[in-house]
Ligand binder design. Structure first.
Ligand SMILES: NC(=O)c1ccc[n+]([C@@H]2O[C@H](COP(=O)([O-])OP(=O)(O)OC[C@H]3O[C@@H](n4cnc5c(N)ncnc54)[C@H](OP(=O)(O)O)[C@@H]3O)[C@@H](O)[C@H]2O)c1
Length: 232
């Protein structure tokens, strides 16, 4: 496949390196300095790309996605912090019969963790003596807090057990790629479930898998569609 890499920071580089290793061709790499407001995403530059992988910043993602969808490029984005604009982007994808796959987290393990967390929440429902909390830790350079994954976890837990709240605490320090922990603390015991990403390949591998899966489809998808089918 011929890939357009939009954003060449930690994740863009990890995805490009993995893609090259798997025999894909890096068609173009779009960096921030020549892409203000998405204006570097031109028809000429993207011509011949089969799919784009977008990992940039919350404030850049929406214009990038708009341009890529308007140009008819199937797009995988892992950028977090922009999903307030998802309804607008979804409408554009539908109008253009385009393809977008977005995920706040592209690790397979995190999606299995989310399923386990939902099950745990159902089991703790009706046991008010336990207090629930979410803790997430990421490297010091991560811009958004709470993490997109922590927000997804919080929303899914709330859907599984509406009787309690799931407050999030965020830590930004060091080089941790990403750790999420759900804890239930009772008067005399603690239950916790954690996902620890040990390196960025956990995410880059998933994004690449999504880029291999998306071309030829139309609509808006999440990584759960790829992993678990329509009944995610
Ligand atoms: N879904 C997942 O599994 C997953 C995993 C890890 C991270 N993330 C998310 O992915 C995003 C990127 O993470 P990262 O760790 O790669 O961050 P990063 O190292 O800071 O890289 C972001 C890159 O985007 C570039 N950029 C900014 N605006 C741009 C634009 N308009 N066009 C092209 N490039 C642009 C930045 O360039 P400059 O530095 O020159 O501005 C920078 O190189 C974040 O939102 C993060 O939360 C998601």
């Amino acid at each position: 496949m011929r890939l357009a890499i939009v954003g060449y920071g930690k994740m863009g580089q990890a995805a490009a390196a993995l893609a090259t290793g798997r025999g894909h061709i890096i068609h173009t790499v779009v960096v921030s300095k020549d892409n203000a407001g998405g204006r570097g995403l031109t028809r000429e530059r993207l011509a011949g790309a089969d799919v784009a992988i977008e990992f940039t910043r919350p404030e850049a993602a929406v214009s990038n996605l708009e341009r890529l969808i308007e140009l008819g490029i199937p797009t995988v984005t892992g950028t977090t912090g922009w999903t307030g604009a998802l309804p607008r982007i979804t409408a554009l994808v539908e109008a253009r019969k385009g393809a977008l796959l977005h995920a706040a987290n592209f690790s397979v393990g995190v999606h299995l963790f989310l399923r386990g967390a939902r099950e745990l929440a159902r089991n703790f429902s009706g046991r008010p003596e336990f207090v629930a909390s979410i803790r997430e830790e990421h490297h010091a350079a991560k811009l958004d807090a709470p993490s997109g994954t922590a927000l997804v976890l919080q929303q899914q837990l709330g859907d599984s057990d509406a009787s309690r709240s799931f407050p999030i605490s965020s830590v930004r320090a060091g080089t941790v790629p990403g750790t999420h922990t759900l804890t239930y603390e009772g008067p005399h015991e603690t239950v916790s479930l954690s996902h620890v990403a040990r390196d960025r390949e956990a995410f880059a591998g998933g994004a690449l898998r999504a880029a291999e899966w998306l071309p030829g489809k139309t609509g808006v998808f999440t990584f759960e569609h790829l992993l678990f089918g329509e009944t995610a």
